[in-house]
Design a protein around this ligand. Structure first.
Ligand SMILES: C[S@@+](CC[C@H](N)C(=O)[O-])C[C@H]1O[C@@H](n2cnc3c(N)ncnc32)[C@H](O)[C@@H]1O
Length: 527
């Protein structure tokens, strides 16, 4: 199969890689230092070693950044942790400088995303099944393979530093194995390995799964999603590549609270890099990197981290024309509150009020924090089951957002471990909950009012089929809803229209729009 040449850094996505990850990958770490070891200051070493009483003391031969990555991988694997939550406190505790933190972040995220590809390669170089290897040894091998094939680390430095790491974390015997395996892997470059995996695969689907590091069922689901959106199947590979690229850090300048231009200036002052406004949302600001939490606007919640696609689908609801009363808005599944803050800010400008509901108490708290800059009295945060709104408050609302819990197959870039955790059976279970929430929303909205049904997944079972099922069900019960043209609304709202804006049900794509694969169907209640 053709098309792998040049895929080393992932060609997908229209923009460059972000922040810490970019800093980590964009240099030849270890070059000029034969051992690949990294000298640390006394203070850094002491702090890293003191952290965690049952952690073995790190000898000076073990690189602190690689050790943090290994510990993060192990925590993700053993405890079911999420890399975006596990890693930052580890980076802080180890007191890595910006450069090393960037390297550790790129190493951890890249290794997790490409784990399937690397396992397939490692499996060619060991004499036993991978599940017979010690988990920590496998983690070390994955980290070493990513340095060799996915980062610009010199071969001798990658092998030597990873062998030291293996020796520290799993003993001398493990170090010998790691040394032998990494040396075999380093005998071929990425293109040669990918060609080999493709040749050995049973069929094209399995080849794509191994080479692009997605479970087979996810590749199938994405292929089906492209087909149901009339997109050429040749795009599948670009979509898979986009899932393996680092997403940019994007902020939403919440309208009325801070302008995008002001936020760009603030971001540039804080990061000393070039920030710019986005092209899929009029409120998006794309950061050059750095920690967005340091910006005053983010600390005050005048702005928040939010993918451009996520902003756009919320705006499809708020900016679509509605006839009659337009005062009561509802966000049925609001946690952690990115869309609620954007909708609340727009509601404040339009004299409307927003109920932001979330079923989980701690996520409802996150919603409160997210909307705290919106003028007092505009947003009411509630903690209830969204499925009850239709019965409890029939016909009360003018606009309702259902940002339904979903498989998250549209945001695999941001959640590097998610693809390995999700199961196909999750999708069917979620689809039932999604239907119930949409039915409730269509009962809570008044006749003539609007409902946006949104997922961060392009899976047809969670998107189009949920909408069509619910409309059929309403018709059977003597109620009704019609699908409006979400693509037209998005075209009007977005500075640059999304690639799929010609379709009534809007599907955004990482490889075409540079956003998460958000889905949005806009419905009007007709009876
Ligand atoms: C995709 S997230 C929403 C993201 C949010 N709109 C944002 O932009 O930040 C889905 C949310 O729905 C919540 N949820 C799950 N079941 C629910 C239910 N029955 N009623 C209300 N919320 C629910 C989940 O806890 C989760 O926070």
């Amino acid at each position: 199969m053709a098309g792998y040449a040049g895929s080393r850094s992932g060609q997908a996505g229209r923009r460059s890689q972000a922040g810490a990850q970019r800093r980590g990958q964009g240099r030849e770490r270890g070059k000029g230092n034969d051992s690949g070891r990294h000298n640390r200051t006394r203070g850094q070493r002491g702090q890293a070693d003191a952290e965690g009483s049952n952690r073995r003391r790190r000898p000076s031969t073990v690189d602190a950044a690689r050790l943090v990555s290994l510990e993060a991988l192990t925590k993700v694997r053993q405890d079911g942790g999420f890399a975006n939550l596990v890693l930052p406190p580890m980076l802080d505790a180890a007191r890595l400088d910006r450069r090393d933190a960037g390297f550790a972040t790129a190493l951890t995220y890249g290794t997790l995303r490409l784990q399937g590809r690397y396992d397939a390669i490692i499996a060619q170089c060991v004499d036993r099944r991978l599940d017979q290897l010690d988990g920590v040894v496998l983690d070390v091998l994955r980290l070493g393979t990513h340095q060799l094939l996915g980062m610009r680390v010199a071969t001798h430095a990658a092998v030597s530093a990873t062998v030291d790491l293996a020796s520290h974390a799993a003993g001398r015997g493990a170090a010998g194995l790691v040394n032998a395996v990494l040396r075999r892997i380093s005998q071929k470059d990425l293109e040669q390995w990918l060609a080999e995996l493709t040749e050995q695969a049973a069929d094209e689907l399995n080849a794509l799964s191994a080479t692009h590091s997605h479970p087979v069922w996810v590749v199938k689901a994405l292929r089906q999603a492209l087909a149901s959106n009339d997109r050429p199947q040749e795009e599948l590979e670009a979509l898979l590549e986009a899932d393996n690229a680092d997403p940019e850090v994007v902020l939403c300048a919440r309208p009325g609270l801070i302008s995008p231009e002001h936020l760009v200036k603030e971001a540039e002052e804080a990061t000393r890099g070039h920030a710019h406004v986005g092209d899929r949302s009029p409120y998006a600001v794309v950061l050059p990197g750095g920690d967005p939490g340091r910006l005053p606007a983010v600390r005050s919640s005048a702005a928040g981290v939010e993918d451009e696609g996520s902003q756009l689908v919320a705006l499809v609801l708020s900016e679509a024309a509605v006839e009659g009363r337009d005062e009561r808005w509802l966000d049925l599944c609001a946690g952690p509150g990115g869309k609620a803050a954007l909708l609340g800010a727009r509601a404040a400008q339009r004299g409307a009020r927003l109920v932001a509901n979330e079923v989980t108490a701690h996520r409802a708290e996150l919603v409160r924090a997210s909307v705290r800059a919106v003028p007092e009295g505009v947003v009411e945060v509630r903690c209830d089951d969204g499925r009850l709104y239709g019965q409890a408050e029939p016909g009360r609302y003018d606009r309702v957002l259902v940002d339904a819990p979903c498989s998250g197959l549209g945001s695999l870039r941001r959640r590097p471990e998610a693809r390995w955790r999700r199961q196909p059976t999750d999708v069917a279970e979620l689809a039932e909950l999604q239907r119930e929430l949409l039915v409730s929303a269509l009962a809570a909205v008044r006749v003539g009012g609007l409902v946006a049904y949104v997922t961060c997944s392009p899976h047809v079972l969670e998107t189009e089929l949920v909408v069509r099922d619910v409309i059929r069900r309403l018709e059977r019960e003597g109620r009704g809803a019609e699908v409006l043209h979400a693509g037209d609304v998005a075209t009007r709202v977005a500075p640059v229209p999304p690639a799929g804006a010609d379709r009534p049900m809007l599907q955004l794509w990482p490889h075409l729009d540079g956003t998460d694969a958000m889905f949005c169907a806009l419905l009007r209640r007709t009876a």
